[in-house]
Design a protein around this ligand. Structure first.
Ligand code: HEM
Length: 514
């Protein structure tokens, strides 16, 4: 996880920039006096020269931006250093950006660190909107993330849930964060890489190292992104060197992973089919296909770029939802059982559609704790909507603030899954109801939503169905604090005591898992 010092847009950035104030202030003040304001720009909080509003963002930008929006409105213009950005904090404004004018805001901004660690932005999340992105997205959805592909790997998820339950049965205080994290990585490992990854400590260590580098670098501040004319500074302050070292480390790990898969394919008997439908095997076979008229889509580096996305975007987000939902479920566990589930049999993928209350709990956890509270940044490619949004302006959607907007939600700060149960207002997170957009919406919406939701629901259903969960005696109350970072995890790891249900049937079943 990120340390406080590594927080994006942190004071550390401000301190660095303030050093330049003394020399450049007179020049800049003069320049801003002559700057021509054109069109109707969104309202803007006051800002410091050079620093802009960076110093106001603090350790939790989603919270600080909500406070600023309360004073300046749901469409607001801020400055990250000298670079303007539009912040959107209402469902209506989010609909305008992500649906009505989706085509205008469909590219991410060009940022220095992602372009180093994501192989020149040839991954899915940071690739500019265009034919390459579109083909890569289609490939990922068709072979890995579509609802039918997700259904077809239900057995993998169920087997991994069994492993998780067996580990919980160990007794005593369960280190839930650690177990849930291993579970999410094993699911991703098995469907992306194949059975080889299951329960393999070597694989988990590789993935941990990979995620650590990605999360650390995405949380780093690059002066050139905020003060383009000072980008040379990142060579002096070591940011570029750190990013290149991180990239070398990411590349080495991914080379090992891809190399292992290539060797596996080579030792397969001639004509032998793959022993599983692992996505990496599909990618490797596509690398060998003759190029089509549009050129070859995938080469080794692009395969690695895509893997960074799938592991980075896929595992960390699922871990976050599982942690927050389990934390909430410690309070809700009995009601969840009564509402949904009276059987002690293993709950399978097929049972999930009938578990209305559990699904409401997951929705409510995603509402209060979206893993990416500011989604991913978008970039305007042209023009205007109600306000003038000059082309090439970064647009930040504060999904966290929108999901807590008192204008859209009753008691928005309370955890109340009932709000999603039949008879209540129908609100879903599939990109059509803009008051709840933890996965974004429009063409850049998260393609991993079906996989994530099925995996999270299956794990939670079984954890809650088989155990009663209590706080460890030494933890007097639940710690609900967030940790700062690009994706917002719980500050302290989740621990709980799992009390196995007294029913002999439950005990017999759990023994039979051994
Ligand atoms: C609960 C879990 C998850 C949440 C809350 C989540 C959330 C998001 C969000 C907010 C975005 C950006 C949307 C935007 O800016 O408009 C995104 C993009 C993305 N997500 Fe997820 N995600 C989750 C799980 C996954 C999984 C499991 C995968 C894949 C294995 C995945 C892969 C991606 C990719 C590749 C993108 C970039 C898509 C593009 O730009 O075309 N995510 N996700």
């Amino acid at each position: 996880m990120l340390t406080d010092e590594e927080t994006p847009w942190s004071l550390q950035a401000a301190v660095l920039l303030v050093a330049f104030l003394t020399i450049s202030l007179p020049v800049l003040l003069n320049a801003s006096r002559h700057r021509k304001q054109s069109g109707l720009l969104p309202p803007s909080p006051w800002r410091l020269p050079l620093v802009g509003n960076l110093h106001q963002l603090g350790r939790f930008p989603h919270r600080s931006l909500r406070s600023l929006a309360a004073a300046h409105g749901p469409v607001m213009r801020i400055h990250l250093g000298m670079v303007p950005a539009i912040v959107v904090s209402s469902a209506d404004a989010a609909r305008e950006v992500l649906q009505v004018q989706d085509h205008v805001f469909a590219s991410p901004p060009s940022l220095s660190i992602p372009s180093i660690i994501f192989y020149g932005c040839t991954d899915l999340a940071f690739a500019p909107h265009g034919p390459y992105w579109s083909r890569l997205r289609k490939l990922s959805v068709n072979h890995l993330l579509s609802p039918s592909r997700v259904r077809s790997c239900a057995a993998v998820r169920e087997q991994e849930v069994e492993v998780l339950l067996r580990r919980v049965c160990g007794g005593g205080v369960v280190r839930l964060s650690e177990l849930l994290s291993d579970f999410a990585k094993d699911v991703a490992g098995r469907i992306v890489l194949g059975t080889r990854a299951a329960g393999d400590e070597g694989w988990r260590a590789k993935l941990d190292a990979l995620l650590e580098e990605i999360v650390r670098m995405l949380g780093s501040f690059h002066v050139g992104d905020c003060l383009p004319w000072l980008s040379w500074l990142s060579a002096v302050d070591g940011t570029d060197a750190r990013a290149r070292r991180a990239f070398q480390s990411i590349n080495r790990i991914l080379d090992e992973i891809v190399g292992d898969a290539e060797r596996e394919v080579q030792v397969r008997p001639p004509g032998g089919e793959t022993h599983d439908d692992a996505f990496l095997h599909v990618l490797l076979s596509m690398m060998k296909e003759p190029p089509q008229t549009e050129g070859r889509l995938i080469d080794r580096d692009k395969v690695k770029a895509l893997l960074v996305d799938l592991f980075g975007a896929g595992t960390e987000t699922m871990i976050i939802v599982l942690e927050w939902a389990m934390q909430k479920l410690q309070q809700e566990v009995r009601r969840t059982k009564q509402a949904d589930h009276n059987s002690l049999l293993m709950i399978t993928d097929q049972d999930l559609p009938g578990m209305e209350y559990l699904r409401a709990v997951v929705k409510e956890a995603l509402r209060l704790h979206p893993p990416a509270p500011l989604l991913l940044p978008h970039n305007s490619m042209q023009g205007r909507y109600d306000y003038d949004v000059p082309s090439n302006t970064m647009v930040i959607v504060n999904a966290w603030a929108i999901a807590r907007d008192p204008g859209a939600w009753d008691s928005p700060e309370d955890f109340r899954p009932e709000r999603f149960v039949a008879g209540s207002k129908v609100v879903d997170f599939r990109g059509q109801h803009f008051e709840l957009i933890p996965f974004g919406s429009g063409r850049r919406m998260c393609p991993g939503m079906n996989l994530a939701v099925s995996t999270v629901e299956l794990a939670l259903a079984n954890l809650v169905g088989r155990f009663d969960w209590e706080l460890p005696v030494e933890d007097k109350e639940m710690d609900m604090q967030e940790a700062p970072g690009f994706a917002v995890r719980k500050k302290s790891p989740l621990r709980a005591v799992a009390v196995m249900q007294q029913s002999s049937l439950a005990q017999a079943e759990i023994k039979s898992l051994d």
